[in-house]
Design a protein around this ligand. Structure first.
Ligand SMILES: Cc1cc2nc3c(=O)[nH]c(=O)nc-3n(C[C@H](O)[C@H](O)[C@H](O)COP(=O)(O)O)c2cc1C
Length: 137
């Protein structure tokens, strides 16, 4: 088991590309939500969660949210990064997600990382660097 977990859900692969780059940079264990239980995810103290926008609120990404809400109440004391892909607007779902996290005693890493649709090569490099910094956070 590595120090960092990157766990994500991605409908069409865009958030997955971000997750792979972040995990490379952070030398992290990388799983989709189908590959790790919420309980096993909580074994890590440093977790990067990835979820794309599926509406203006975070909860509308139902597949991810159903998994995430099982561990949300147990995130106190964790170091957490959040990221995901979106398509329009200014990333309202991510603001909503960030605000939810403020209800917990979580150390949130930097500003959430977002990419519009598929990350460009430059954005993949930024995601890699985001991972490198998160590893040292
Ligand atoms: C049902 C559905 C709802 C969506 N709602 C939003 C939205 O509210 N805001 C937004 O910016 N993008 C929205 N999108 C676009 C996705 O967030 C975007 O295509 C993203 O790149 C998908 O990431 P993924 O490939 O990791 O699944 C929606 C897509 C779908 C399929």
């Amino acid at each position: 088991m590595k120090d960092v977990l990157v766990v994500y859900w991605s409908a069409t692969g865009n958030t997955e590309l971000m997750a792979r780059s972040i995990a490379d940079g952070a030398d992290a264990d990388l799983f989709t939500i189908d590959e790790i239980t919420p309980e096993n995810a909580l074994a890590y103290d440093k977790i990067a969660f990835g979820c794309p926008a599926m509406g203006d609120t975070f909860e509308e990404a139902e597949e991810f949210f159903e998994w995430y809400e099982q561990l949300e109440d147990y995130l106190d004391g964790k170091k957490v990064a959040i990221f995901g892909s979106f398509s329009w607007g200014s990333g309202e779902w991510m603001e909503d997600w960030q605000e939810r996290l403020e209800n917990f005693d979580v150390e949130l890493f930097e500003e959430p990382l977002m990419a519009n649709e598929a990350p460009s090569p430059d954005e993949e490099e930024l995601a890699f660097q985001f991972g490198e910094r998160f590893k040292d956070f």
